[in-house]
Write a protein that binds this ligand. Sequence first.
Ligand code: CTP
Ligand code: ZN
Length: 152
Amino acid sequence: MKELVVSKIKEGTVIDHITAGRALLVLRILGISEKTKDTILIAMNVPSQKMGRKDIVKVEGKFLSTEELNKIALISPNATINLIKDYEIVKKFKVTLPPVVEGLIICPNRMCISNSQREPIRSIFYVSFDKDVVARCHYCGKKIRDIAEQIR
Ligand code: CTP
Ligand code: ZN
């Protein structure tokens, strides 16, 4: 049985199959705050055939950049993106984990050269998947699993 938990949108992006509980992180990543004037629909912990529970975020009038898609993949690797025009889905795809991300993750190791105050260096992390997303710092080798806390 299929039911609509939040209404359809006319034009914009539906981020579906978000890992349950992470919708608010997705909003943060997209820079959507209480100040937004955009129409945003959010559903959390809704039943899903494939995932048990999932979150959904719908943003009217917005299409995402590659960098935003990469960040969403880092915190929600099974998310699907639906591009909507005139109420129709014109494109549907799954986010893909980028193997390497530059400048998106802040290394939690304070001594890491990528955190140097004097000569800031763009962070570089290698991304892999082991139950959840894991990222490893190119400079100090630090492995992180709670990536959401470290995304800039
Ligand atoms: N959607 C929307 N507005 C539209 C069209 C679709 O908000 N004008 C949303 C639907 O509510 C759903 C998502 O986009 O959350 C994907 O729609 P659809 O492909 O019809 O649903 P499913 O078949 O369940 O998708 P999937 O196969 O990806 O699970
Ligand atoms: Zn580091």
